[in-house]
Design a protein around this ligand. Structure first.
Ligand SMILES: Cc1cc2nc3c(=O)[nH]c(=O)nc-3n(C[C@H](O)[C@H](O)[C@H](O)COP(=O)(O)OP(=O)(O)OC[C@H]3O[C@@H](n4cnc5c(N)ncnc54)[C@H](O)[C@@H]3O)c2cc1C
Ligand SMILES: *[C@@H]1O[C@H](CO)[C@@H](O)[C@H](O)[C@H]1NC(C)=O
Ligand SMILES: *[C@@H]1O[C@H](CO)[C@@H](O)[C@H](O)[C@H]1NC(C)=O
Ligand SMILES: *[C@@H]1O[C@H](CO)[C@@H](O)[C@H](O)[C@H]1NC(C)=O
Ligand SMILES: *[C@@H]1O[C@H](CO)[C@@H](O)[C@H](O)[C@H]1NC(C)=O
Ligand SMILES: *[C@@H]1O[C@H](CO)[C@@H](O)[C@H](O)[C@H]1NC(C)=O
Length: 406
């Protein structure tokens, strides 16, 4: 057998954005690259890991929609996300027991039915639920054994015992650590050196990176649409969402039960621990404000909207005290025959001219970033590595204007 000498060519990839999309792509670029290649991944983010919508997300994760049945490729997406969560957990070391930060809370999600709207879709989901994430139809008594004092107006609730609650910031930081560990491990066993570095850097336009990298993968979430090269060219709508953080006052003795699931209805309640929860979320369409900070005025408006919604299923929300609010900007993709699907693909043609670097886009995760980021991040990485878009299902690339072939 002929053994070729190892080339010293180093593949340089820039991943723009350190949210769910960017860190999933970064992980899979390392994991999927051949062991004998030198691979260098730079993750660039203006704010830091979790600086956008991902860092503030509610963290509720399940593979269903109450409106569409079933979600496109739900089983595959679900399986790959659970895998990436386990990877983050394994590589993260010990999470401080006393801190509020965790990676995944596996207590399920409970959805009390509050109106007859979309009942047929939800029933259908329940009857055809995935083996890996069952849906049980339960009555109010059964729901109250899960969450004491919950109210189930129509005596019907859907319980997903396998659904998960992620702490977005904890998960993202662990996933980045996992990338560093993987790079070290791969470098020590293979012939090729793998590297990953984080750079706090603001990207004003894409062409400023031209030539520095073999490939640039744009994972800037809603802010992808603000880049001069892409502005007006992506079929995305932006939507700001606010999440309130609530705590039980110190003088309240009773707590949320350790085993109680999180709650979904017109508003959702993501349990952080027995004395702390996130309550979300608002939908401010057309907003361009991506700041995670929320003013006192914005917060009180959000609470006025969210508390009554939460209260209709969980009256005890009135006993919880406001403890801050955060916001994020969603990148909402258009509705297609297959549902609202993220936007992936090569974007050299959109940018115009030909370049030394190849440019790729991974955006439009909408309100399902957790469900979509893992598998689609893997497909994106495979496409980048092989320089071949055909590994991405056409449903995800068909958003692009068709070019008239000369
Ligand atoms: C209030 C709210 C609640 C949500 N709850 C859930 C939930 O429970 N479950 C779920 O699955 N999804 C939820 N989502 C949706 C989820 O947050 C998004 O789908 C997901 O975060 C999108 O990830 P992303 O990596 O594409 O974008 P982002 O997380 O926005 O990441 C983009 C990154 O790029 C950086 N960046 C942007 N522009 C620049 C620039 N010019 N230069 C340098 N860096 C830049 C930002 O700092 C940011 O870190 C929620 C969203 C919101 C707003
Ligand atoms: C579910 O309800 C939404 C409104 O919330 C509606 O737009 C949609 O068509 C409904 N879907 C079905 C299948 O009934
Ligand atoms: C609230 O739940 C507790 C524990 O299950 C129960 O003892 C109590 O009666 C409930 N209160 C109301 C008003 O439902
Ligand atoms: C929830 O409300 C019920 C009825 O008001 C009350 O009995 C119970 O103690 C409350 N639980 C908590 C945790 O405040
Ligand atoms: C958000 O608030 C923090 C701390 O209060 C501040 O450092 C930061 O500059 C603010 N960011 C924006 C975008 O306003
Ligand atoms: C975005 O929202 C924050 C918090 O409400 C506010 O301080 C900031 O001025 C807003 N930015 C823009 C551009 O509207």
């Amino acid at each position: 057998m002929i053994k070729f000498t190892v080339t010293t060519y180093k593949y340089r990839y820039a991943v723009l954005g350190a949210g769910f999309a960017g860190l999933s792509v970064a992980w899979h670029l390392l994991e999927r690259s051949a062991t004998d290649l030198h691979v260098h991944v730079d993750v660039l983010d203006e704010v830091g890991i979790g600086g956008g919508a991902s860092g503030v997300a509610g963290g509720l994760l399940h593979p269903y929609s109450p409106k569409v049945k079933p979600l496109w490729m739900a089983a595959k997406c679900w399986e790959e996300t659970l895998r990436l969560i386990r990877i983050a957990e394994t590589h993260s070391g010990v999470v401080d027991q006393n801190s509020d930060v965790f990676i995944a809370r596996r207590k399920g999600i409970l959805r009390p039915v509050v109106s007859l709207k979309n009942m047929s879709v939800m029933n259908d989901n329940a009857q055809n639920s995935l083996a890996s994430c069952r849906i049980q139809s339960i009555n109010e008594d059964a729901a109250r054994s899960l969450v004491p004092n919950i109210s189930v107006p129509l005596d019907l609730a859907f319980f997903m015992p396998g659904a998960v609650n992620i702490h977005p910031q904890g998960y993202l930081e662990a996933l980045y650590l996992a990338c560093e560990t993987l790079a070290k491990e791969m470098s020590s066993v293979g012939l090729g050196k793998k590297e990953i570095n984080f750079h706090k850097r603001s990207i004003g336009n894409l062409l400023e990176l031209e030539g520095e990298y073999d490939a640039v993968i744009v994972c800037l979430g809603a802010r992808s649409t603000f880049l001069p090269e892409l502005s007006g060219k992506l079929p995305l709508r932006t939507c700001r969402g606010i999440i309130a953080h609530l705590r039980l006052p110190d003088n309240t003795r009773e707590e949320f039960l350790e085993h109680s699931p999180s709650i979904l209805s017109d508003a959702w309640i993501a349990i952080q621990n027995p004395r702390s929860l996130y309550l979300g979320s608002t939908w401010e369409w057309q907003s361009c404000n991506h700041s995670q900070n929320v003013s006192a005025e914005e917060a009180s408006k959000a609470l006025e909207e969210l508390i009554p919604k939460a209260s209709s299923v969980y009256p005890n929300i009135s006993k919880w005290a406001f403890d801050g609010a955060r916001a994020g900007l969603r990148a909402m993709p258009p509705l297609t025959g297959k549902g609202s699907l993220p936007l992936l693909g090569q974007i050299d043609d959109l940018i115009g001219q030909t370049h030394k670097s190849k440019f790729w886009l991974f955006s439009g995760l909408g309100s399902r970033g957790l469900l979509y980021h893992a598998w689609l991040g893997k497909l994106m990485a495979q496409a980048v590595i092989s320089c071949n878009e055909d590994v991405i299902p056409f449903e995800l690339t068909s958003w692009r204007p068709k070019l008239i072939k000369k």
